[in-house]
Design a binder for this molecule. Sequence first.
Ligand code: SF4
Length: 135
Amino acid sequence: MEYKNVLTTCIYCGCGCGLYLEVLDDRIVGVWPAKTHPVAQGKLCIKGWNAADFVYHTDRLTTPLIRKDGELVEATWDEALALVAGKLSAVKAESGPDSVGILSSAKCTNEENYLLQKLSRAVIGTNNIDHCARL
Ligand code: SF4
């Protein structure tokens, strides 16, 4: 059996607490706060303590789903992105850029959130960009 602690960052909010994943034979078996991390300081909130629960959950989506004839069917990322891009373009062409709004997420990295506001403002042409932290 191989046991190791892997230092990483909690994925649940922008605070960015440092935590250790306990890994046994390449499987996550526990979560511990990083005592020396400047944000966590040895503590996690309830989301952080459960930050790894989704990894092996049977309901976890691991591939995009597209609704076809009323049923959700698995698709490739290229298919899903082409569909979303096509529909956003159609809405923008028909009703203008301010008919589109984007809600970003604390589960995205800072870099991903930056790219979403660029997509909103520079590509789509709207300031309708907000973040789940304000909901
Ligand atoms: S442990 Fe809680 S406060 Fe810290 S990053 Fe995760 S969700 Fe945010």
